[in-house]
Design a protein around this ligand. Structure first.
Ligand SMILES: [Zn+2]
Length: 324
């Protein structure tokens, strides 16, 4: 007789607010058997919503599984859709009042200001999971293809998992460029594997990207034995390219102004191609052009039109290694 499939929403962090209300940060826990435990984290940045929609889709699928095949969940799944609740409620990227980027507050501490305590509570909740996926949605300025970013210190363990995630790109970062105060670095440093997914754009939802990632998550959960082998999951249709600091080119604005894109996101470009122009709302001439420095693939593209000289406009991955 297998264990019952339960679903419960519970509070993993709470603190009293100035007017004696309580802030409560919640997760939903789906428990089937005593197999591996996995988690999805979203909303660490309050202006990023793609991960919230992924959690909704995963919750819908797991609720359906509970109704139709309650023995299919062999382990447990935890969804943390809204870690920075104050930021999400007020459309603020950081943690309001404290004006802190929550993803620069890890591993946190049990005492001290709210960001440290929230980080500490999240670390305690996630520690020991077989896999944590932390979903980010760029920011309001740049659109990203579905990708995973991995610190090269942990690539032996994480790249094989990332290859199964149905994403378009695995971007390996050199140790020197890694921020050690993120939840992912804090978890990976303490033997809880964590993958960082970046996709879409801030303040928006891109349902096709979310569906793509959900198919990858279900596949990986099946690989890990969280889901039974006979659970039907959508096919993996995307094979990732591998990028690292040697073949990613950053394109910055040569002038301030208003950016008008001329190339479609996630397409092949040739060296010298105009990816967009920067114009003035006062005059009819073009102030500057954004051109690709290499033959490659346009995987980051400016979304928010107003730019300052030096603003990041695009990233192009030079073709070298091919797909993973
Ligand atoms: Zn983020």
């Amino acid at each position: 007789m297998s264990a019952p499939f339960t679903i419960k929403t519970e509070t993993f962090f709470t603190i009293e607010m100035p007017f004696r209300e309580r802030m409560e940060t919640r997760r939903t826990v789906f428990t089937g058997g005593d197999g591996p435990r996995v988690a999805v984290v979203a909303g660490i940045h309050g202006d990023e919503l793609e991960g919230l929609y992924c959690c909704h889709r995963l919750a819908a699928l797991l609720e359906e599984l509970q109704r139709t095949s309650p023995n299919a969940l062999l382990g447990s799944v935890e969804l943390y859709p809204a870690v920075n609740t104050l930021g999400l409620d007020t459309l603020t990227r950081g943690l309001p009042v404290f004006d802190v980027d929550l993803n620069r507050s890890f591993p946190g501490s049990a005492t001290g200001p709210l960001p440290n305590r929230l980080a500490d509570a999240l670390m305690a909740a996630l520690s020991g999971a077989a896999l944590v996926v932390d979903i980010h949605a760029s920011n309001i300025y740049l659109r990203e293809i579905p990708q995973v970013r991995i610190n090269q210190d942990f690539d032996d363990l994480l790249v094989p998992i990332a290859r199964r995630m149905n994403l378009d790109l695995i971007w390996l970062h050199g140790a020197a460029t890694v921020l050690e105060t993120t939840v992912a670095h804090s978890l990976n440093s303490t033997d809880t594997p964590c993958l960082v997914v970046e996709m879409g754009v801030g303040m928006r939802i891109t349902p096709e990207y979310c569906d793509q990632l959900v198919a990858g998550l279900l596949t990986v959960w099946k690989d890990l034995g969280v889901l039974a082998p006979d659970v039907p999951v959508p096919d993996i249709t995307h094979t990732p390219f591998i990028a690292d600091d040697s073949n990613v080119h950053f394109l910055n604005a040569q002038t301030s102004g208003m950016f008008i894109p001329a190339a479609a996101h996630w397409t092949g470009v040739r060296r010298g191609d105009v990816l967009g122009t920067i114009v003035s709302p006062f005059h009819g001439d073009t102030l500057s052009e954004v051109r690709s420095p290499v033959d490659g693939i346009l995987f980051t593209l400016r979304e928010y039109p107003l730019v300052y000289e030096g603003s990041l406009m695009a990233r192009v991955m030079a073709r070298k290694g091919g797909r993973a």
